[in-house]
Design a protein. Structure first.
Length: 211
């Protein structure tokens, strides 16, 4: 089975450098173009299932990937982004001013265990993803696309590759990126990581891809 891990296109929060968790913000015009580019990239690939987070930015991206296929888009609550609690919508400088000690812990070696104020930790996200991950590994489909969010995709990639969750910072998941893995029994092979080549025609400025 070929598994495509896809991050949604740009939102206003991504564009403006605001913390984004479970706020249901739509795609920008650029984000819609990114979603269309993803659809074109995957148009020739066999997809038996398309799974998406319920948040609009992912669901819209998933529908662009579905295109004219007769494959339904499956909404999975497990794929909702990490709840960042009270930091939702804050500019990063303000977040540092309000939650300096927390952010020091967040960027440290135990960052995956840090609970966002009023929200979740990456360990919480990993726990709710566990049953879905088991389901994916047992699926006999030829191709599956999973459309989700930054921290969700980092957690999934770590687990699929047999890495400790603490390694999540080693996984890049830029906006509208695709990471492709081959799953054959117990063997998982990374075929591509954080592929953004399909976005070159959009003439993006450096940095417009990664937030």
């Amino acid at each position: 089975m070929i598994l495509y891990l896809v991050r949604h296109g740009e939102t206003t929060y991504n564009r403006d450098g605001l913390a984004l968790g479970q706020a249901d913000v739509p795609l920008t015009e650029l984000g819609e173009r990114q979603a269309a580019a993803l659809g074109a990239k995957l148009a020739g690939e066999r997809l038996d299932r398309i799974l998406t987070s319920p948040l609009a930015r992912a669901a819209i991206t998933a529908r662009a990937i579905a295109g004219e296929r007769s494959v339904p888009v499956e909404v999975r609550d497990e794929l909702t982004e990490m709840d960042v609690g009270e930091t939702e919508g804050l500019p990063f400088p303000e977040m540092r001013a309000r939650y300096g000690e927390l952010l020091v812990a967040w960027v440290g070696p135990e960052g995956h265990r840090v609970v966002m104020p009023g929200g979740e930790s990456l360990v919480d996200v990993d726990a709710r993803l566990a049953p879905l991950l088991t389901e994916l590994l047992r699926d006999e489909a030829e191709g599956i696309a999973v459309v989700a969010h930054n921290f969700v995709l980092k957690a999934l990639t770590c687990r699929l590759l047999g890495l400790e969750l603490a390694a999540f910072r080693s996984i890049a998941t830029d906006l509208a990126s695709v990471s492709t893995l081959s799953i054959r029994g117990d063997r998982v092979t990374m075929r591509s990581l954080n592929d953004c080549c399909h976005l070159e025609s959009l003439n993006l400025d450096p940095g417009r891809v990664s937030l």
